[in-house]
Design a protein around this ligand. Structure first.
Ligand SMILES: *Cc1c(COP(=O)(O)O)cnc(C)c1O
Length: 364
């Protein structure tokens, strides 16, 4: 190809994609990156060695297509989740974003509608758009909570085909009661997805929506290894549901969508789940420290059951974001008025963020 001769607008792009920008948070090589809710702790050395051994074995057979059913990995996820689940209840893909895309491909599409309660994870509406599914935003209370009563009233009014319940919610961190999940399920004929990407950061005695799966064939719970498992770069997400639900997702997946290397890496990591999750308690401590310090600085942090904190009371979010950036700290301006979101990092990273934020007040 020689010189570029056309621009994107000249190509016969699908109408609904015209004018769109690719989604993604800014990636900048700053010393303290707390913008995309990663687990900033590295994979422990002994686990990394086992993962490398697993990948080395898989690599010897990489001339062959991988196990299309990723059976060993589904068994490992079933074991990890417990609740009497078996491999027949499990699906996985390259990140839970791909899992959710499979859900939209199987149960959404032209003439169908997806629905959630804003503000929530922005990928939901983008997945709807990418699959030709309609989208409607519901709402939450001013403190971002959602009651069963409000959730049911809204879902009845919209009558969607897919409902997404993010629990705890991103970008607000807000917990969601299981009573809301049950009530929404009972109020619709829709597919109901509970996105538990941050479940491991919730209080240990908080029940998961996994406890509701039995007898609810339209309900699914999605999880990811990206956050608590410190595995964001490996791209592994998964979902638990009725076996018939899993069969629906098989209809839309690409054959061999999970590479042999991905399967080997995830399997080895899951065999060390306890060690992989050891940092979760420390991250929760840092999260609570962020909330307490923000409050002392005069900001309004939202209650968080995740590994990040949304805080209000920011006069000029774009300016505060930039001043933190200039001090080597990357956080997220998610476009909510007067608010910014920060992920809990290691103790040092968290201190760097809190010190930088405090210094902005002094130098402004
Ligand atoms: C991070 C995140 C995910 C998924 O991430 P993957 O890396 O694609 O597994 C899903 N849902 C929510 C709410 C998230 O914040």
């Amino acid at each position: 190809m020689g010189a570029v001769t056309v621009s994107l607008g000249d190509l016969p792009l699908r109408d609904e994609l015209r004018g769109m920008k690719p989604y993604g948070a800014p990636q900048a090589p700053l010393p303290v990156a707390l913008n995309v809710n990663e687990n900033t702790h590295r994979v422990p050395d002994d686990v990394a060695e086992d993962i490398l051994d697993g990948i080395a074995v898989a690599l010897r057979e990489v001339n062959r297509y991988p196990d299309r059913e990723f059976t060993a990995l589904r068994e490992a996820f079933a074991d990890y989740l417990g609740h009497g689940l078996t491999s027949d209840n499990i699906w996985a893909a390259n990140g839970s974003n791909e899992v959710l895309q499979h859900v939209f491909q199987a149960f959404g599409g032209p003439g169908r509608v997806g629905f959630s309660y804003a503000p929530t994870y922005s990928m939901y509406s983008l997945l709807a758009r990418g699959t030709g599914t309609g989208w409607v935003d519901g709402e939450r209370a001013a403190d971002f909570t959602l009651t069963a009563e409000s959730a049911v009233e809204q879902v009845r009014a919209v009558s969607p085909d897919i409902v997404l319940l993010c629990s705890p919610n991103n970008p607000t961190g807000t917990p969601l009661g299981l009573d809301v999940v049950e009530a929404v399920y009972d109020a619709t004929d829709a597919i109901v997805i509970v996105d538990e990407a941050y479940a491991e950061f919730a209080p240990h005695d908080a029940p998961s929506a996994l406890t509701l799966l039995e007898g609810r064939p339209r309900l699914a719970v999605s999880r990811t290894m990206s956050k608590a498992f410190a595995f964001a770069g490996a791209r592994v997400g998964y979902l638990a549901a009725d076996p018939a639900f899993i069969d629906a997702l098989r209809l839309v997946r690409l054959p061999y969508h999970l590479s042999a290397l991905t399967q080997a890496a995830a399997l080895a990591a899951l065999q060390h789940s306890e060690e992989m999750l050891r940092m979760v308690d420390d991250i929760v401590l840092q999260r609570d420290r962020i909330s307490a310090t923000l409050e002392a600085l005069g900001y309004q942090p939202s209650e968080s059951w995740s590994n990040f904190v949304l805080f209000g009371g920011v006069d000029d979010p774009a300016s505060t974001w930039q001043q933190l950036y200039d001090r080597g700290v990357l956080i997220r301006d998610i476009g909510l008025p007067g608010s910014l979101r920060v992920s809990a990092g290691t103790e040092e990273e968290t201190t760097a963020f809190l010190d930088a934020l405090a210094s902005i007040g002094e130098t402004a």
